[in-house]
Design a protein around this ligand. Structure first.
Ligand SMILES: C[S@@+](CC[C@H](N)C(=O)[O-])C[C@H]1O[C@@H](n2cnc3c(N)ncnc32)[C@H](O)[C@@H]1O
Length: 208
C-alpha cells in the first residue's frame, strides 16, 4: 500500500527546518545525488520553478560562476544570488521561445522540468496535459542543450509514457526513471532523466 497523503509530512517539516521553499527541493537533490550531471559553473534551465525549491538546490550545485534560469506561470520570489534569474512565462505560449531567448539564449548544460498541470481529476486529461508540458521541455532540451547535456522531466505515468521515454532515448545516450523518496505515496509522478545529449547528426552527404 502507498504512503498516505499527509500535507505536513516529514519532508514538509524538513524543508521548513532547512529554509527550503518547497519539499520538492528534496526530489531534485536526490536526482542530482544519483546522477551528478551538474558541475560548478554550469548553466541550467528550470521549467515550472515556483516557488523555487528546485532553484535553491540548483543554485548550490552550480555556484556563483554558474547560471540558473527559472520560469513559471506564477511569480517566483526573487533570489538574492545574481546568477539566479527568474521570469513569469508560460512555456506553452506562442511567444515563449522568443521570451526565453531574451532572458538567456543558451546553450544549457541541463534542462529540468517539474511542471505539473492544474489537475482536472480526469486521469486521461491530466496525463495528456502533463505529457504536453514534458514534450515542450524535451523540445527545449534538444534545441537548447549542449551535446553532453542532461534533461529531467516530471511526468504522470500512464497514457503515452512509453512513447515519451522513446523520444527521450532518441536524443540522449542513457535514460533513467526516478521516483524520488520525497514523492507523495499515491502520486503517479515519475522523473524521466536523459543523460548525455547526443550531438545532432550531421546532414547526410549529398550524392555527386
Ligand atoms: C510542482 S510545482 C513546481 C515546484 C518547483 N519545482 C519547486 O521546487 O518549487 C509545478 C509548477 O509548474 C508550473 N506550470 C504549470 N504549467 C506551466 C506552464 N505552462 N508554464 C510554466 N510553468 C507551468 C505551475 O505553475 C507550478 O508552479
Amino acid at each position: 500500500m502507498g504512503k498516505p497523503y499527509r500535507p505536513k509530512d516529514h519532508y514538509f517539516k524538513k524543508a521548513k527546518q532547512e529554509g527550503l521553499r518547497a519539499r520538492s527541493a528534496f526530489k531534485v537533490d536526490e536526482i542530482l545525488k544519483r546522477y551528478p550531471f551538474l558541475k560548478k559553473g554550469a548553466t541550467v534551465l528550470d521549467l515550472g520553478a515556483a516557488p523555487g525549491g528546485f532553484l535553491q538546490i540548483l543554485a548550490d550545485a552550480v555556484g556563483p560562476n554558474g547560471r540558473v534560469i527559472g520560469v513559471d506561470i506564477v511569480a517566483i520570489r526573487p533570489f538574492s544570488q545574481p546568477f539566479v534569474k527568474t521570469a513569469v512565462l508560460d512555456v506553452l505560449a506562442d511567444d515563449f521561445d522568443a521570451k526565453l531567448s531574451e532572458l538567456y539564449d543558451g546553450p544549457y548544460d541541463a534542462v529540468i522540468s517539474d511542471m505539473a498541470p492544474k489537475t482536472s481529476g480526469i486521469r486521461t486529461t491530466d496525463e495528456a496535459r502533463s505529457l504536453r508540458l514534458a514534450r515542450k521541455a524535451l523540445e527545449l532540451a534538444v534545441t537548447r542543450g549542449r551535446p553532453g547535456s542532461a534533461f529531467v522531466a516530471k511526468l504522470f505515468m500512464g497514457g503515452e509514457f512509453e512513447e515519451f521515454r522513446d523520444e527521450v532515448r532518441a536524443g540522449f545516450e542513457e535514460v533513467k526513471l526516478v521516483r524520488p523518496e520525497a514523492t507523495r505515496g499515491a502520486s503517479m509522478e515519475v522523473y524521466v532523466v536523459g543523460l548525455r545529449r547526443k550531438a545532432p547528426s550531421a546532414p547526410a552527404p549529398v550524392a555527386p
